[in-house]
Every structure is written in C-alpha cells, then in structure tokens.
Design a protein around this ligand. Structure first.
Ligand code: HEM
Length: 141
C-alpha cells in the first residue's frame, strides 16, 4: 500500500516535470531573430533552399549630357586630303570621301582643317551647297 503511494507520487512528479519542461522550451526570448528572406527552407531530404534578398532595380546615375559641337582645335587635326574636315558657316563637315570627286580638283584641300567659309562661298553654286550637306558632322563649338 505504501509502495503504491510512492509509485503514484513519483509518476505524478515525473508527469508534472515532463509537462512543465516542454512548455518552457520555446520561450520568445530564446528565439533567434532572422529576416524572413534569409530563412532556409527545407525542400526535401538533404535539400535546403536559402532565399536571397533580391537586389533592388536601381539604375546607375545617367552620364552628363553630351554638349553638342566640335571645336576648331579638333577640326584642325583633320587637315589633309586623306582626312579632311572643314568649317562652313558655323558647321563642321567631314569631306574626306569627296576630295577625290571634287570637280575643282585638289583645290578643295586648301580648306581642310580650317574655316573654309569664304573659300567655299566664293567659288560654288547652290549645287555645291547641297552636296556639302551629305558630309555634315556637327555644329562648331
Ligand atoms: C573649301 C575648299 C574648296 C575650294 C578651294 C574649292 C574650289 C573649287 C573650284 C576652284 C571649283 C571650280 C572649278 C571650275 O569651275 O572649273 C570648284 C567646283 C566645285 N566644287 Fe569646290 N572647292 C572647295 C570645297 C568644296 C566642297 C567642300 C564641295 C562639296 C562638298 C565642293 C564642291 C564643288 C562642286 C560641286 C563644284 C562644281 C561646281 C559647278 O558645277 O559649277 N567644293 N571648287
């Protein structure tokens, strides 16, 4: 009879310990905080999928706008029959490919690398002005 009481008391004590022990296992203070996106997800036996945070679609800053125009210093570098730029009325033309077709012969080379406005205007009819537009590069800076 006494043995039974002791056995019952032990069983009760063990049960209470078991119950209280389980309930204190996962207190919020023991939890490790992780970001939802970084939590590994078990997909199957041996497979762990770690979600990565997507890189925000941030565009790099736009380059500064290009200032239009070509300097006379740049034009001056193109001063030969094989590389001929010229300025006519504030606009820059690359007439290199026209040099060998020029009806006035090599005289055109006199204008290479320069402001050839007066040379050009003095010798040419409207037809020549129209042809010149095919070789336009940019305005003079
Ligand atoms: C700026 C330097 C240039 C000089 C010194 C020059 C000189 C000459 C000369 C002397 C003539 C007359 C030929 C003649 O009547 O027998 C001529 C004709 C001509 N040039 Fe130029 N030229 C130059 C640039 C250009 C350019 C850049 C173009 C066009 C892209 C051009 C197109 C022409 C044309 C189409 C003719 C024939 C005009 C006609 O049929 O009456 N020239 N050039």
């Amino acid at each position: 009879m006494n043995k039974n009481k002791i056995a019952l008391a032990l069983t009760l004590t063990f049960s209470i310990l078991l119950i209280t022990g389980c309930s204190t296992q996962a207190t919020p203070t023991n939890q490790v905080q992780t970001t939802p996106t970084a939590q590994p997800q078990v997909q199957g036996p041996g497979k762990v999928l770690v979600k990565t945070t997507p890189i925000p679609n941030v565009k790099p800053p736009a380059p500064p706008p290009k200032i239009p125009g070509i300097t006379s210093t740049e034009v001056a570098k193109h001063n030969s029959a094989s590389d001929c730029w010229m300025i006519v009325n504030g606009k820059v033309y690359n007439v290199t490919s026209y040099v060998t077709n020029h009806p006035g012969g090599k005289a055109i080379v006199l204008g290479c690398g320069k402001d050839a406005t007066s040379l050009f205007e003095s010798k040419h009819p409207q037809k020549a002005h129209n042809i010149l537009q095919n070789y336009y590069l940019d305005i003079l800076k």
